[in-house]
Write a protein that binds this ligand. Structure first.
Ligand code: SAM
Ligand code: SF4
Length: 335
């Protein structure tokens, strides 16, 4: 099938689906300290609605699905959803992003249900600091979760770390060194301005350039070509079993290669992570729209996908103060 292209000749074949805005953690860069008022249950798409949207999107060329949240593993019967998506014709790659807290409980079932891969978000290897960053989480659960996905063969294991100056930046090298002992893909993702002033400050931002130079102080980094690298640029340390990826949404944005759409838990199609422009699918889904009408809305969100964002790290603090963008925190969009 011919892939659907947007107005900038990008083929859109990837849909990230947030299945809940709820979470069992409260990460300091993702949730305000007072938490968020959860979206009412009736406003959240049902599994049947999600499966329908994915099934229709597969007919216009979507091949890759990532399930995210909030924390996707807190939603009941998530294994049923995974199994159902796996059975949709045309979906070739099904992955999940999780904080890992519930992974050891679900790893085996997820593997059997047909999940291809898991990304685990982990920002520190220190239990006390983990409790601080996540406002109460227990690192041990995550480490056991990673062991469990290794055991059941949910490979390759990607570990995503968001380095934040003065919070966990002193652990960049420790994370990079994990690839010397394990075949993990350790990916450093730039800290992004979402939510509120409380959750963001320009001083805490560390660019990929700086993160990479810290990693290079361990040893030489050799570029690695990966089949499906997405926005990450990959390298390997001498004798490394795993690889190190850098994802630079702010300093070196990859908008010209962006192949994705996002579906929020409350049914909004979001063509760009950094733009508030959304297409609401729920009224159509709940108002008896035909598959062709839903398809038209999916195509509309592709048509309005902006060419790129223009976030200048120097202007970030002012922009968030003026609430110019990213009012929805990541837990409400689906990172
Ligand atoms: N709860 C799951 C988890 O933590 O993996 C999935 C949802 S979470 C919103 C997805 C990803 O967004 C996580 O890797 C998290 O680190 C990232 N994230 C959240 N807020 C961010 C921010 N302000 N800057 C960069 N990444 C952020
Ligand atoms: Fe929850 Fe993930 Fe956000 Fe942390 S990053 S608060 S685990 S949604």
């Amino acid at each position: 099938m011919k892939l659907l292209k947007d107005n900038y000749q990008r083929s859109i074949d990837y849909l990230r689906v947030s299945i809940t805005d709820r979470c069992n953690l409260r990460c300091i860069y993702c949730m305000p300290s007072g938490g968020l008022i959860p979206i009412e249950h009736k406003e959240i798409l049902t599994y049947e609605e999600i499966i329908r949207v994915i099934s229709i999107s597969s007919k216009i060329g979507v091949r890759k699905i990532r399930i995210t949240g909030g924390e996707p593993l807190v939603r009941r019967n998530v294994v049923y959803l995974i199994e159902s998506i796996k059975n949709i014709d045309g979906i070739e790659d099904l992955s999940l992003t999780t904080n890992g807290i519930l992974l050891s409980r679900y790893a085996e079932e997820l593997k059997h249900a047909g999940l291809d891969r898991v990304n685990v978000s982990l920002d520190t290897l220190n239990p006390e600091r983990y409790r601080m960053i996540t406002r109460g989480g227990d690192l041990d659960f995550v480490l056991k979760g990673i062991e469990a996905i290794e055991r059941v063969g949910l490979n390759p294991i990607k570990i995503n770390m968001v380095p934040i100056r003065g919070i966990n930046s002193d652990e960049i090298k420790d994370f990079a060194k994990l690839t010397l002992k394990s075949p993990y893909q350790v990916r450093f993702i730039e800290y992004m301005p979402f939510g509120s002033e409380e959750m963001w400050s320009t001083e805490k931002f560390i660019s990929t350039e700086e993160i990479k130079s810290i990693v290079e102080s361990i040893d030489t980094l050799y570029p690695v070509k990966m089949k499906k690298s997405g926005p990450a640029r990959y390298f390997r340390l001498e004798n490394g079993l795993g690889v190190i990826g850098f994802i630079s949404p702010i300093s070196n944005h990859f908008c010209d290669e962006c192949n994705r759409l996002r579906l929020t838990a409350d049914g909004k199609l979001r063509p760009c992570l950094f733009s508030e422009t959304e297409v609401d699918l729920k009224p159509a889904l709940r108002g008896g729209a035909s598959d062709d009408e839903i398809k038209r809305l999916l195509k509309l969100s592709i048509e309005i996908k902006p060419e790129g964002h223009n976030i200048d790290p120097e202007k970030l603090a002012l922009m968030i103060k003026n609430r110019e963008f990213c009012r929805r925190p990541m837990s409400r969009i689906g990172g």
